[in-house]
Each structure stands twice: as structure tokens, then as C-alpha cells.
Write a protein that binds this ligand. Structure first.
Ligand SMILES: *Cc1c(COP(=O)(O)O)cnc(C)c1O
Length: 339
């Protein structure tokens, strides 16, 4: 259970929950590599490290939170099964963990979800429940399954166990980087930033945590400005994993991001595209648009040139080959080749 002792006595998740998560998920989730980027270090004049959360089998960090949540369910709850309505990396993470643990997982999807996504969820052994023609309808179906069949809905970010699971990334950073002063974190619902922020600031309050996301539909950003969760239209973006609301009834991540985020940077689409291609060029590595927002913050000179080491969370690599093709072509043109 979550400890009553909490951060500043009001949020209800403590660093101990993150240590417990680390233990709980250790059989399912490996420590990910941290590599220094020579090219980004040179540009910034300080050491820049990439935390490679793209190397998880599902290609994104979300397996940490999903594993911590599902492993914390009682055996009865696990026996009844779990459900989610995420089409993206969270849905994949839930299906993956459920398969590893032999738990039944139902993913509720609208009939607009492309077949490729449905197929990859099916490959992970998830049962697909197609319902309605919007994400909202799929969500309603999911909660109906919870009421009718006792399935547990696994939230993508606004859940203490999910937040603590993502926070294990922060513990891994602290182990390897004693001179860490800046962490750059892609931000959507805020589970990733809340967990990492709690972990690193429990060690040293001076570590700066920056949240990065695309310019349009930056829901957390607008919510913080408004002082409460707001709704926004979704727009087309390369950082599609950062789309989605934070929930008008947000319980944890809004306040945690408010508390732990020192700076927020909004990244234009061209800079996300350029950064994706830049990393392919310089590191021969693929990252999805959401993850490239952190690289763009550095390339765009947004992170102050102070002292200490910088860590960028490379949150995932799930992007269509056609998108990679497009960003590489544009990059080759604007760089006049690959020199
Ligand atoms: C989910 C996700 C994020 C954002 O995580 P939140 O906890 O929702 O803020 C960032 N990058 C990738 C690749 C993701 O899948």
C-alpha cells in the first residue's frame, strides 16, 4: 500500500514507494543503458547523457509503471483480469506485462484504430474489444467491463503505482550520475515527470527537472497556466505519444508536476522532426517524436548552460517507418546531404 508519509504531506506518494517499485518490477524490467552523447555534450559544453528507455521490449518506458501496478494487484484481482483503452505505448505495456504474468488483458478500442495497432496488441496476447467510433466510447466500454466483469482498469499515468514505476528511472539516473543537475523529460499526462521528479528531488532538491512537449495540444502546460486541469483539442503532431488529456478529475500528476517541474519547453514540429533525423544521423538510433522533444530542447539552446551533467529521457521509439523516411528526407535537404 501507499505510505501515509507523503511529499510535503499532501500528495501521498513517497520515495519509498519508488524503492518498492524497483524491487517489485525487477523480474520484468531491466535497468536500461545510459550513454553519453558526444555530439550533444560538445554543443552544450557539459556532459549530456541519453537514458535509453527505447530499449525495453515494447520500445517505451511505460512497461515500468504497468508492471508496478499489475504486480501490486491481489491474486483475486489478477484472476479477474485487467483492462485498458490506450492505443499507444501504455496499451502495449499493459498487454506485454499481462502476458508475462499470465493475466487476462482486454484492450478496448474504437473502430477507428488502424489495423496495424490492433495486430501488434493481438500479437502480445491481448483480447481486443472494438466498441464505438471514438476513444471516449472505448473508454466507457472499459469502465463498463470494470463494473460488469470486475476487470481492473490500468490507468496510463494518474495512479500512484504507475507514477512510482516510472520513478525507477530517476533512481537509475542517480546511481550512475552523481553530478546530475538537469533532467529533461517528455511530458503528457505527467506520470513520467512526477515519478522522476520525486526520485531525483528526494536526493537533491537542486536538480532541475524540465518538461518538454509539442507546441499544440500541450494540455499539462495549459492546465498549469490555468491553475486547474483543462481540455484541449488534439492536433496532428510528430509527438503523438504526448497527446491526450490529463483528466479533469486528475488526482496526482497535476499537483506533482506543479511541484516538481522547474521549466517547461514547448517544441515546434520542425524542431521535433529535425531532432529525430539528427539522432539517426549522429547516433544511428531511432526515437519517436515524443522522445525527440528532449533532444530538440538541447539543440534549440533552451537548456541553460550551467554546471553539471544533463540527462535526457529517451522515452520510446515507436514510430512508423514512413515518418522516419519523411524526416530523413527533409533533414537531408536542409543539411545539404549528410555531412
Ligand atoms: C506516455 C509517453 C510519454 C509521456 O508520459 P506521461 O507519463 O504521460 O507524461 C512520453 N514519451 C513516450 C514515448 C510515451 O509513450
Amino acid at each position: 500500500m501507499m505510505h501515509l508519509k507523503s511529499v510535503k504531506g499532501r500528495i501521498g506518494i513517497s520515495i519509498r514507494d519508488i524503492w518498492e517499485a524497483k524491487k517489485r518490477i525487477s523480474s520484468l524490467v531491466y535497468k536500461t543503458p545510459l550513454i553519453q552523447s558526444a555530439v550533444l555534450s560538445e554543443k552544450m559544453g557539459r556532459r549530456v547523457f541519453l537514458k535509453l528507455e527505447n530499449v525495453h521490449e515494447i520500445g517505451a518506458f511505460k512497461v515500468r509503471g504497468a508492471a508496478n501496478k499489475i504486480l501490486s494487484l491481489s491474486s483475486e484481482e489478477r484472476g479477474r483480469g485487467i483492462a485498458t483503452y490506450s492505443t499507444g505505448n501504455h496499451g502495449m505495456a499493459v498487454a506485454y506485462v499481462a502476458k508475462k504474468l499470465g493475466v487476462k488483458a482486454v484492450v478496448c478500442l474504437s473502430n477507428r484504430v488502424p489495423k496495424a495497432k490492433i495486430d501488434s496488441l493481438k500479437r502480445l496476447g491481448a483480447k481486443i474489444d472494438i466498441y464505438g467510433d471514438s476513444q471516449d466510447a472505448a473508454g466507457e466500454r472499459c469502465y463498463e467491463l470494470e463494473r460488469m466483469e470486475g476487470l481492473t482498469v490500468i490507468q496510463p499515468f494518474d495512479d500512484p503505482y504507475v507514477i512510482a514505476g516510472q520513478g525507477t528511472i530517476g533512481l537509475e539516473l542517480l546511481e550512475e550520475l552523481p553530478n546530475l543537475t538537469d533532467v529533461i523529460v517528455p511530458l503528457s499526462g505527467g506520470g513520467l515527470l512526477s515519478g522522476i521528479g520525486l526520485a531525483v528531488k528526494s536526493n537533491d532538491k537542486g536538480i532541475r527537472v524540465s518538461g518538454v512537449c509539442m507546441e499544440k495540444s500541450a494540455v499539462m502546460h495549459e492546465s498549469l497556466k490555468a491553475g486547474q486541469p483543462v481540455l484541449l483539442e488534439e492536433s496532428e503532431t510528430l509527438a503523438d505519444s504526448l497527446l491526450g488529456g490529463i483528466g479533469l478529475d486528475n488526482r496526482y500528476t497535476f499537483r506533482m508536476v506543479q511541484e516538481y517541474m522547474d521549466n517547461a519547453y514547448l517544441i515546434p514540429e520542425e524542431e521535433i522532426a529535425y531532432s529525430m533525423a539528427f539522432i539517426i544521423d549522429k547516433h544511428r538510433m531511432i526515437m519517436e517524436g515524443a522522445a525527440a522533444t528532449g533532444i530538440a530542447a538541447i539543440l534549440g539552446g533552451k537548456i541553460p548552460r550551467q554546471e553539471g551533467d544533463v540527462a535526457v529521457i529517451i522515452s520510446g521509439h515507436n514510430v512508423d517507418l514512413s515518418v522516419i523516411h519523411r524526416v530523413i528526407q527533409d533533414y537531408a535537404i536542409c543539411n545539404d546531404g549528410w555531412g
